[in-house]
Design a protein around this ligand. Structure first.
Ligand SMILES: CC(C)(COP(=O)(O)OP(=O)(O)OC[C@H]1O[C@@H](n2cnc3c(N)ncnc32)[C@H](O)[C@@H]1OP(=O)(O)O)[C@@H](O)C(=O)NCCC(=O)NCCS
Length: 217
């Protein structure tokens, strides 16, 4: 397990673990416009949405923003942060998290968490290049049994960082990921035009999850 920070020092990350998928406490505490975003959804969706938004508001509070206003869903689901801030949200079974940072320090961020379990059969082939498949096999042989899931997670973190910068879709074969055992990775961006050649990333495996984060200063 690595002991590295996933984020730049100017960012604040808030997360928690939960075993109650239909706890709507935090959803009910959201601002009315936020609740409206998922008011027609099933309770599990309301719960994860409310929990991750709660984390986002907490992170903004830690950055000195007392009343951030509603963090709504923008184009293609991108979270709309208050003026002058950026960040990213993730929720998966049992874990909710958000990270936020001032725009003057961080241009864009992507955060993703997944259970630290191998991907279902056949998924790796559909999201990975031959080079990435070879890298994953090597990592698995070295004991990182969930390396395929980590690759997926790094790709989703890449997309969440990419989209707010470009407002463009990024396919799984449009970023080549190099995962390193020291808890770092790079996402080489193959789509053109690209705002930067690559994203630097960090990852950890903790509490049964793999978590990947990317950011651009
Ligand atoms: C959007 C996507 C990345 C979300 O990942 P996920 O593992 O399904 O779900 P997570 O819980 O981790 O993240 C969901 C959050 O991502 C954020 N998100 C959704 N769309 C987004 C976008 N276009 N840009 C930035 N963030 C986005 C939202 O905050 C969302 O939470 P909310 O709907 O409650 O507000 C995923 O569903 C997807 O579409 N992936 C395909 C694109 C991709 O990954 N390409 C790989 C490029 S190498």
């Amino acid at each position: 397990m690595q002991d590295i920070s996933l984020f730049p020092p100017e960012a604040r990350c808030v997360f928690f673990l939960t075993d109650d998928a239909s706890d709507l406490t935090r959803y009910e505490d959201l601002l009315p416009d936020e609740r409206d975003e998922v008011s027609a959804a099933v309770d599990v969706r309301k719960g994860e949405f409310g929990d991750a938004r709660w984390c986002a508001h907490q992170a903004l509070r830690e950055l000195g923003v007392e009343s951030a206003g509603a963090i709504l869903r923008g184009e293609r689901g991108m979270p709309l942060w208050p003026e002058g801030f950026t960040g990213s949200l993730t929720h998966t079974e049992g874990l909710r998290a958000a990270v936020a940072a001032p725009k003057r320090h961080v241009h864009s961020m992507g955060l993703d968490a997944e259970p630290a379990e191998p991907l279902p059969d056949g998924v790796l082939r559909s999201i990975a290049s031959p080079t990435e498949i070879e890298m994953v096999s090597q990592l698995q042989a070295d004991g990182y049994t969930w390396a395929d899931r980590l690759l997926f997670c790094a790709k989703e973190a890449t997309y969440k960082c990419w989209y707010p910068m470009t407002r463009r879709w990024l396919d799984f074969d449009e970023a080549e990921i190099e995962l390193r055992p020291d808890g770092t990775f790079t996402s080489q961006l193959l789509a053109r035009p690209a705002p930067v050649p690559l994203f630097e990333g960090r990852w950890v495996q903790r509490c049964g999850y793999v978590i990947a984060a990317t950011y651009v200063r």
